[in-house]
Write a protein that binds this ligand. Structure first.
Ligand code: PAP
Length: 341
């Protein structure tokens, strides 16, 4: 589908904090997207050896909630040419990249050093619409239309679920070393299942049958697209963001068509953005340390800001666990040009 250009010149410039966007409630469908009947026949599995049933839809494991969202996205998502989508496998740096992308793209309306910056009162996820939730609830028409261009959106969906619809817009993907992703996921899930064993999470990840998995197919879809279309897909790595946040912010700004000017560089705007979005700065803010992620899901917001480092897997995995995942990862990424050291 050809991408359209949304806003005529002179209209408000995006992105704006999504939580502040008012929509006409009459435009939001009261009936959530239903799962197509034929999905009942798809292969199914239980994620993390627990009650969550997932099914394999077009090669990826999704809960029924996510499957319905994926179908809706594939049918109805109409990107604009200047849209930017932040994409990731869960627990790979989404919250951080959401914050960095928002702060970078919105820096003219909301300078990063300002005392009134939206990221000081909102969780990064509240600043950017999560496509799965919008399309599952059928609220996307009202809510996405209300956003000024360029729109900044977020998803965990594999590339195929947002393409070819998203063919005209740009995607920034962040990937993380898989052992650290698994440990982060385990800690997160334990807010819902305190007795969950790391071994159960590892088993599911290794089998591929985790929500949005297999993780290697998720990563490779975006990796290959970033090589084939570097103008359309920017592939970032969590560990590189930690090593050189300023360099990655500059790359992000160039990619979205908003490179930093000499004046901005001299004024320290890049450093202001890095500081605003840093783990140590965001974690203690009220918006990130109180309340729940979702009124229906009893996970505290602080679960998104646990440790924020690379290599924490070594504190939790046995050498056998690490070797098992490393061997699968080495096999899956063999000859792709992507390595995890
Ligand atoms: P999500 O998929 O639920 O959105 P996501 O943000 O991708 O979660 O991942 C959370 C991880 O990012 C956490 O890692 P940890 O469990 O190993 O600690 C979290 O600490 C880390 N994280 C969140 N914000 C930042 C940040 N500003 N800088 C560095 N790491 C961060």
């Amino acid at each position: 589908m050809a991408a359209k250009t949304k806003a005529p010149a002179g209209t408000p410039v995006g992105p704006v904090p999504f939580a502040d966007v008012e929509t006409d409630p009459g435009l939001v469908s009261p009936v959530p997207e239903q799962l197509p009947e034929e999905h009942a026949a798809l292969p199914s599995a239980s994620a993390f050896n627990g009650p969550t049933n997932i099914r394999c839809y077009q090669g990826f494991w999704l809960s029924d909630y996510l499957s319905a969202a994926a179908v809706a996205l594939q049918r109805r998502f109409e990107p604009c040419r200047d849209d930017i989508i932040v994409a990731s496998f869960p627990k790979s740096g989404t919250t951080w990249l959401n914050a960095l992308a928002f702060a970078t793209m919105a820096r003219r309306a909301y300078p990063a050093a300002d005392a009134g910056h939206p990221l000081l009162r909102l969780n990064p996820h509240q600043c950017i619409p999560f496509l799965e939730n919008l399309f599952r609830s059928r609220a996307e028409a009202a809510k996405l239309e209300a956003l000024p261009s360029p729109r900044l959106m977020n998803t965990h969906m594999p590339l195929g679920m947002i393409m070819p619809g998203a063919g005209g817009c740009k995607v920034v993907y962040v990937c993380r070393e898989p052992k650290d992703m698994v440990v982060s996921l385990w800690h997160f899930l334990r807010h819902l299942r305190p007795d969950l064993a790391l071994a159960d999470v590892l088993d599911s990840v290794c089998s591929g049958a985790v929500p949005y998995g297999p993780v290697w197919d998720h990563i490779l879809g975006y990796w290959r697209a970033s090589i084939a279309r570097p103008d359309a897909v920017l592939f970032l790595r969590y560990e590189e963001l930690l090593r050189d946040p300023a360099g990655n912010v500059r790359e992000l700004a160039r990619f979205v068509g908003l490179p930093f000017s000499d004046a901005e560089e001299e004024a320290g705007v890049v450093q202001d953005i890095v500081k605003l979005c840093s783990f140590g700065h965001l974690k203690p803010l009220e918006a990130n340390s109180t309340g729940q992620l979702d009124p229906l899901v009893p996970v505290p917001r602080e679960a998104l800001f646990r440790k924020g480092v690379a290599g924490d897997w070594a504190n939790h995995m046995t050498p056998e666990m690490a070797r098992r995942l490393d061997e699968i990862v080495a096999d899956k990424f063999h000859a792709t040009g992507l390595t995890f050291r």
